[in-house]
Design a protein around this ligand. Structure first.
Ligand SMILES: [Zn+2]
Length: 184
């Protein structure tokens, strides 16, 4: 059976799990990621790929579990070295049909009962998971990415930077150093 797209009709769902797959296009990532980290930001190179399962619960909730993978370039916020990170994250969402009396309220209502599962609402007969996963992605990426995130371990400081970081020696220690040299 063909997997659903990120956009599907609620009528196409049933109580058994259905596969879905899709991606957040590069053009979309370019509108939401570069501004995240001050002037530095993330530089997406490819679309984010998403796949998972969705089903309609007996109570009419659309239950989504999905995994998203994305690769982005960034500059370390500590040493400015250009880095790349590949992130894979799992997400669970429960989407509840918005009741009629609340339809005038145009805001997307997001309530969280616990940290793991977000309960969101949808309107109409069609669901588009693009925005749901776009928000996940923005939350996944740390505000201060450093070399550690890129998996390369410590920051690389060049020698000049390192010297600049070293505190100049207190001149009162100079005579002691001289003495130490003589003793050796
Ligand atoms: Zn660094």
């Amino acid at each position: 059976m063909k997997a659903l797209d990120l956009k599907f009709r609620v009528d196409d769902l049933n109580p058994s799990q259905k596969e879905f797959a899709g991606e957040l296009p590069l053009a979309l990532l370019q509108t939401c990621l570069p501004g995240m980290v001050g002037d530095l930001g993330y530089r997406p190179q490819t679309a984010a790929t998403i796949s998972g399962q969705v089903y309609l619960s007996a109570g009419g909730e659309v239950v989504v579990t999905g995994e998203m993978t994305v690769t982005v370039d960034f500059d370390c916020t500590r040493c400015l070295a250009p880095r790349t990170v590949s992130l894979t994250s799992s997400h669970e969402h429960v989407l509840v049909k918005r009741r009629r009396e609340r339809e005038a309220d145009a805001e997307l209502v997001v309530t969280s009962d616990d940290a793991e599962v977000d309960t969101e609402t949808y309107q109409g007969d069609e669901i588009d998971l693009t925005e749901v996963f776009r928000q996940d992605l923005v939350l996944d990426l740390p505000m201060n990415p450093s070399c550690e995130l890129g998996g390369t371990g410590d920051c690389e400081f060049d020698e000049d930077t390192e010297k600049a970081l070293e505190k100049p020696m207190d001149p009162r220690w100079a005579p002691l150093l001289e003495l130490k040299k003589k003793m050796n």
